[in-house]
Design a protein around this ligand. Sequence first.
Ligand code: NAD
Length: 499
Amino acid sequence: MQELTHYINGAHVKGQSGRFADVMNPATGEVQARVPLANAEELAEAVEAAKAAQVGWAATNPQRRARVLMKFVDLLNRDMKKLAEALSREHGKTLPDAAGDVQRGLEVVEYCIGAPQMLKGEFTDAAGPGIDMYSMRQPLGVTAGITPFNFPAMIPMWMFAPAIACGNAFILKPSERDPSVPLMLAELMEEAGLPKGVLQVVNGDKEAVDAILYHPEIQSIGFVGSTPIAEYIYGTGCSQGKRVQCFGGAKNHMIVMPDADMDQAADALVGAGYGAAGERCMAISVAVPVGDKTADRLIEKLVPRIEKLKVGPYTAGDDVDYGPVVTAAAKANIERLVQTGIDQGAKLVVDGRDFKLQGYENGYFVGAHLFDHATPDMDIYKTEIFGPVLTTVRAQTYEEALKLAMDHEYGNGTAIFTRDGDTARDFANRVNVGMVGINVPIPVPLAYHTFGGWKKSVFGDLNQHGPDAFKFYTRTKTVTSRWPSGIKDGGEFSIPVME
Ligand code: NAD
């Protein structure tokens, strides 16, 4: 069986801890590799290499640093098929979806090629007699990121591209479920000309994460994953004096107004609810039709579309709409939540419980489910299911629908489908959710805007990518300088006031 490694100081390094996790093929349920789980000593080794490499990297001018990213983009395009294949094999998503995962990361790398522009400081000429004042953005030093299984290419790139463009060294602790693509990305960055030690991959679980949290040389931590872990990492990381940004779970509502184009809304819901088996933090998991007539029309349109969905392994090519979920535990959890929905009185209008795929009986495939008449007190509404399960909560008015989205503890994304500009505008202004779609079901901002939710979907101040990333991965230093022509005789004993 293949034994994966860490990537430390430019080399594949075998695990020393003696602990490993199985990497599964979710389509077959077979173990296809094992990944080492690092201990604190292995993490410390990576930090030492990062510290040494970061000094020279920070001193490399920003344009040269950007050229490495330019070359990296070429290499990502060259290896797109290979990366997507490796990603699908461990994650289970379809090949086009896996290529999209790489592509959305690549776009952030492209954005970071503009680092020389983003890192330009501020300058005030003649702030006082003979006095100039300037601010510069300097890298933090050694930075780290902890990423989830569901976007094993995109989310690591969202973190390491800006971190490295700003002159930091970056240690990535990817998900232990699908670690191969992150290792491939680190190799490609080195092929693009990145010096050894600037980007490293330390595989692991909680032990490696805790080592990152408590290592005094690590200046910042980026995290994306589930909310309880986000909360833990934010609290612990901040208590250790680190700069931390954590992005958590979601329960994204799509409001369907009576005037919406119902075919468009149904198509959007099917793609956003079931694409990637619902394992997206921007998936729509709650449909909120306004009025019973709208709800009946929507359900009528949804059912045949959902029943037609093709579920299968990525190897089946274009014939597949979504693949298996990531682990047997994820599948069992989805099944358990579906049962709570039935027990608590929601109406299961599309029942995927008996779904079986011939030849793939041990794979983690889950049939598509649709609930109607769910209520906010039910577990299927309160919990992030992270599977192919769409829950419909009927609202009688627009205000009631808005309140549902606003009262939910998560606030990652949301959408409204309507033909009425006033309603759309009101929704976008009032809803307390970070990313809003108007007739767009998955409103993931492009690289030059920022990505982030509100409420329990985020812990920290700055969003991912866009201009915020350059703030997160740098700190400001402000210099006040005066040259002899501006210096008066004698000392000054009061706080200087610029005249
Ligand atoms: P997860 O929280 O289980 O794992 C995320 C990372 O944390 C992994 O690297 C994992 O090894 C580590 N981890 C797991 N348990 C830990 C523990 N007890 N202590 C310390 N570290 C631990 O999340 P996941 O299942 O990999 O990913 C799915 C979740 O991520 C969903 O909740 C989804 O909504 C969320 N997500 C959010 C965003 C966003 O931008 N808001 C994006 C993608 C995914």
